[in-house]
Design a protein around this ligand. Structure first.
Ligand code: ATP
Ligand code: K
Ligand code: MG
Length: 704
C-alpha cells in the first residue's frame, strides 16, 4: 500500500505553469508540404470538394478550362489551366498539412494500444480474456506491471499508475476507489499494488480510441461559426458568378465576347478563394494547438466558445486544491475522550470507500488510538454488523446503522446538525468553535455524532486537510486581465470556502453547493448572456460540466466527468483554461484576419483583370486607364492574377496553421489593428505581387 499520508500526485503538483506544449512535428517547410501531396490529390474527389463551395467552383472551372484548352490549345490556355488546378491543389494541401500533424500523433497513440490480456474477475476467480472482449460492467484485476485493459473505475484498492502513454507525463499518479480519482484509462500501466476495475467503456469506444479519432479529425464537423462563414462565402461566390456571367453580353455587344478561359480566370480571382482554401485548416490547427497542450477538445464548437468565455467556475476539491482531503486531527467536544470520538469516526467510516473515509482509519492507525484496526481494512465492526449509509453530495453525510440500534453519522456541520435535531438531540454549541477553527484554516470539518436509542449527541470533529495547488493566484490574475471572472463552487461550508478562495485568489465563491446548485449557477450566468466555462473532476460535477459552454474535465477525475465535458485536460490543471481561452481567441482572430485579407485581395485583383479584358476594344480605351499596374498585356495580366491567387494560398498556410500572434491585452484593440493590417495588406499585396509575377510571366515564350 502506498502511504496515504505521502504527498498526493494525482493531477496534483504538476506545476500549473506554462507546461511545455508537446513539440509540433515538423512544421511547414517545403518537405512537409510535399509529403502531404498524395493526400491533397486524394481530396480532389468532387464528393469531398463539394463541402467547400468556393473551391468546388474552382474545380469545375478547372475542368471547363481544361476542355477549352483541349479544343483550342495555346500556351496561354494551358498555363492558365495548370495554375487553376494548382489553386485547387493548394487548398487541399492546406487542409492535408493541418491534418497531417494529428495523423502522426494518432499513429503514435495507436502504437501504445497494444493487444492486452485482461484478468477478468468472476465469482472470485480470474480468467484471462482478450481486452477487446471486455463488456461494460466486467470486473478486472490489475497488479503492478499490468497494462489496464480498458477504461473503468477503480472499485477496490489504491495503486500508482503510469499514464504517460496517454498524457505524456512520466510522473506516476494515484488512482483509488471511492473518490474523484477513481477513473483509470485503458493503455496505462499499474506500477504498484493491486486494484479491481469495473469496465466503463465499450470495446472500440475507449478514451484512447476517442483520442485517436479526435487527433485524426475523423468525425470533425463544421462549427456554427464556420457554417455561417461558409454560407457567406458561398453567397459571395454566387454573386460573382452572376456578375461574370452577365459580363459576357456586354463584352459581346462591344464586339469582343470573352473566351470561357478568361471568364473562369476572372471568376476564380474574384471569389474568396484564399479564406475558402484555408478555413478548415485554421479550425484543425486550433484543435491541434490544444492537443499539443494536452487538452482534448471534443468539438470545434467548444474551442470557439472558449474564445469568448466570461465566467469560469472551478470546483474546489481536486481542482483548486490537490484534492486529497486527509484526516489530520480529531477534535473531541466537551468531555468526550479522543478514543471515543476515534472509535465512532472509525465505525462511521467502516464502509466509506471515499479517500476521506479511508484516511480516518489511517489517522487512527498512525496515532495508535485504541480503536484503530490492526491493519489493512478500515475498521472492524466487532462482529456486530450493520447497514452502511454511503456518502452522497446531496446529504453531505455518511455513516453506519449498527445492528444493536446505535447509529453514527459524520459529515458537514449543517447536515449533521439537522440529523442530530431530527433525532431529538441538541447540537452542542461547543462544537461550533471547533468547526470554525478547522474552516478558518481552509480545512474541511466533519462533525461526528451518534444516536443510541435516546437523544442524539455530537462527539466531535474530524479535521480533513487539503492543500491549495501552488501558483494559482498569478494564473487567476491573468484570467482577470483577460476579463474572465473566476468563481469557486464547493460542497464545503462557507468558512472553508472563504479561506480557500482567499488563498487561491478567485474572484468569488459559492459554498454548500449541491450538484443542482452548480447547475443552477451556470444556467443563471448563461441567461445573462454570458458564456460559462466549468472545470471539474467529480461525478457530482458532471451535470454542470455538460451544461457549461466549455466543460473541461480533469483527466484525474471520474469517467462520468470526462464523459460530460467537451474537453479533457490530460494534465488536470485547472488554470489550463487560460491557454484554452487564448487558443480560442487566437482561432477567432486568425479566421477574421484571413477573411479580411481574402476579400480585400479579391477587390484588388479586379483591377488587374477587368482593364486587361477590355483593353484593345474600340470604345473602351478609357478602361485602359484602370490598368494602374501597367501590366504587359491582357493574357499576361490575367495569368499573373491567377498565379498570384494560387500562390497566396500557399504563402498563408503557415499563418493559418500557426495562428496570428495573440496578446492578452485588449481583444477589441487587437481586432481593430488586425482589420487594418490584414485589410490594407490584402489590398496592397496583389498590386505588388501581380506586377512582379507579370514581369516573369510576360517572358514566357509564345504567351503574348
Ligand atoms: N466521506 C465523507 N463522509 C461524510 N461527509 C463527507 C465525506 N466527504 C465529504 N463530506 C462532506 O460533504 C461535503 C461536500 O463534499 P463534496 O466532496 O461533495 O464536495 P464537492 O461538492 O465535490 O465540492 P468540492 O469538490 O469543490 O469541494 C464536504 O464539505 C464534507 O463536509
Ligand atoms: K480569389
Ligand atoms: Mg468534488
Amino acid at each position: 500500500m502506498p502511504d496515504p499520508t505521502a504527498p498526493p500526485r494525482a493531477g496534483g503538483p504538476r506545476r500549473p505553469s506554462d507546461a511545455h506544449p508537446r513539440p509540433a512535428p515538423s512544421l511547414f517547410g517545403p518537405r512537409a508540404l510535399a509529403a502531404q501531396l498524395p493526400s491533397a490529390l486524394r481530396k480532389l474527389d468532387p464528393r469531398t470538394m463539394v463541402r467547400t463551395p468556393v473551391m468546388f467552383v474552382v474545380l469545375v472551372g478547372s475542368v471547363l478550362t481544361t476542355v477549352s484548352a483541349l479544343l483550342e490549345p495555346s500556351v496561354f490556355a494551358w498555363v492558365t489551366t495548370l495554375w487553376l488546378w494548382a489553386t485547387v491543389l493548394f487548398a487541399n494541401l492546406a487542409e492535408a498539412v493541418a491534418e497531417g500533424r494529428g495523423r502522426a500523433q494518432a499513429d503514435a497513440l495507436r502504437r501504445t494500444r497494444t493487444e492486452t490480456t485482461a484478468r477478468l474477475l468472476r465469482g472470485g476467480t480470474e480468467t484471462p480474456v482478450p481486452a477487446a472482449r471486455l463488456a461494460v460492467g466486467d470486473l478486472v484485476v490489475c497488479e503492478a506491471g499490468d497494462v489496464i485493459p480498458s477504461d473503468g473505475d477503480v472499485v477496490e484498492g489504491v495503486a500508482s499508475v503510469d499514464e504517460s502513454a496517454v498524457t505524456g507525463e512520466s510522473a506516476p499518479v494515484i488512482r483509488e476507489s471511492g473518490g474523484d480519482r477513481c477513473a483509470v484509462t485503458g493503455g496505462t500501466r499499474v506500477l504498484s499494488d493491486r486494484i479491481v476495475v469495473r469496465i466503463t467503456a465499450e470495446p472500440g469506444a475507449t478514451f484512447l480510441d476517442r483520442m485517436i479519432a479526435l487527433v485524426e479529425g475523423a468525425d470533425r464537423q463544421k462549427t456554427p461559426n464556420e457554417i455561417a462563414l461558409s454560407a457567406l462565402l458561398a453567397s459571395l461566390t454566387i454573386i460573382f458568378l452572376l456578375a461574370v456571367v452577365t459580363l459576357q453580353p456586354f463584352a459581346a455587344y462591344a464586339g469582343q465576347p470573352q473566351p470561357v478561359l478568361v471568364l473562369v480566370a476572372l471568376l476564380v480571382c474574384l471569389i474568396p478563394t484564399t479564406i475558402g482554401a484555408l478555413l478548415s485548416a485554421i479550425g484543425i490547427a486550433g484543435m491541434d494547438r490544444l492537443v499539443r497542450r494536452n487538452v482534448l477538445a471534443m468539438s470545434g464548437r467548444a474551442v470557439e466558445a472558449a474564445g469568448n468565455i466570461d465566467t469560469l467556475l472551478l470546483d474546489k476539491t481536486g481542482t483548486i486544491t490537490l484534492g486529497n482531503r486527509q484526516a489530520h486531527e480529531l477534535l473531541p467536544v466537551g468531555s468526550v475522550a479522543e478514543a471515543e470520538l476515534a472509535s465512532a469516526a472509525l465505525l462511521a467510516s467502516a464502509a466509506d470507500e471515499t479517500p476521506e473515509g479511508r484516511s480516518i482509519g489511517a489517522l487512527c492507525r498512525t496515532r495508535r488510538l485504541p480503536a484503530a484496526p490492526p491493519s489493512g481494512g478500515v475498521a472492524t465492526l466487532d462482529g456486530a454488523g450493520g447497514t452502511p449509509v454511503p456518502f452522497s453530495a446531496e446529504t453531505r453525510m455518511s455513516g453506519m446503522d449498527l445492528a444493536g440500534g446505535r447509529r453514527i453519522r459524520k459529515g458537514a456541520g449543517s447536515a449533521v446538525r439537522r440529523w442530530v435535531e431530527e433525532n431529538g438531540g441538541r447540537y452542542d454549541p461547543a462544537v461550533v468553535p471547533l468547526v470554525d477553527a478547522v474552516s478558518a484554516q481552509g480545512g474541511t470539518p466533519l462533525v461526528v455524532a451518534e444516536a443510541d436509542g435516546a437523544a442524539a449527541r455530537v462527539l466531535g470533529v474530524v479535521h480533513l486537510k487539503d492543500v491549495v495547488k501552488p501558483g494559482l493566484r498569478e494564473r487567476f490574475d491573468r484570467l482577470r486581465a483577460m476579463g474572465i471572472r473566476t468563481v469557486m463552487v464547493t460542497g464545503d461550508n462557507p468558512r472553508t470556502a472563504r479561506a480557500i478562495a482567499e488563498e487561491a485568489g478567485v474572484d468569488d465563491f459559492l459554498a454548500e453547493a449541491t450538484p443542482q446548485d452548480k447547475l443552477d449557477l451556470i444556467r443563471r450566468e448563461q441567461e445573462g448572456g454570458r458564456l460559462v466555462a466549468m472545470t471539474g473532476d467529480g461525478t457530482n460535477d458532471a451535470p454542470a460540466l455538460a451544461q457549461a459552454d466549455v466543460g473541461v474535465a480533469m483527466n484525474s477525475g471520474t469517467s462520468a466527468a470526462k464523459e460530460a465535458g467537451n474537453m479533457v485536460d490530460l494534465d488536470s490543471d485547472p488554470t489550463k483554461l487560460i491557454e484554452i481561452v487564448e487558443i480560442g481567441k487566437q482561432l477567432l482572430i486568425t479566421r477574421g484576419a484571413l477573411t479580411t485579407f481574402s476579400v480585400a485581395n479579391d477587390v484588388a485583383k479586379y483591377f488587374a483583370i477587368i482593364p486587361a479584358m477590355f483593353s484593345g476594344i474600340a470604345g473602351y480605351e478609357g478602361l485602359a486607364r484602370l490598368n494602374v499596374m501597367g501590366l504587359a498585356g491582357p493574357e499576361s495580366a490575367i495569368l499573373s492574377a491567377v498565379v498570384f491567387n494560387a500562390l497566396i494560398i500557399v504563402a498563408l498556410i503557415p499563418l493559418a496553421l500557426r495562428g496570428v500572434a495573440y496578446r492578452a491585452a485588449g481583444a477589441a484593440r487587437m481586432l481593430r489593428r488586425n482589420l487594418l493590417v490584414y485589410g490594407a495588406g490584402g489590398l496592397v499585396a496583389p498590386f505588388a505581387g501581380i506586377a512582379l509575377i507579370d514581369l516573369v510571366v510576360s517572358r514566357i515564350p509564345g504567351l503574348v
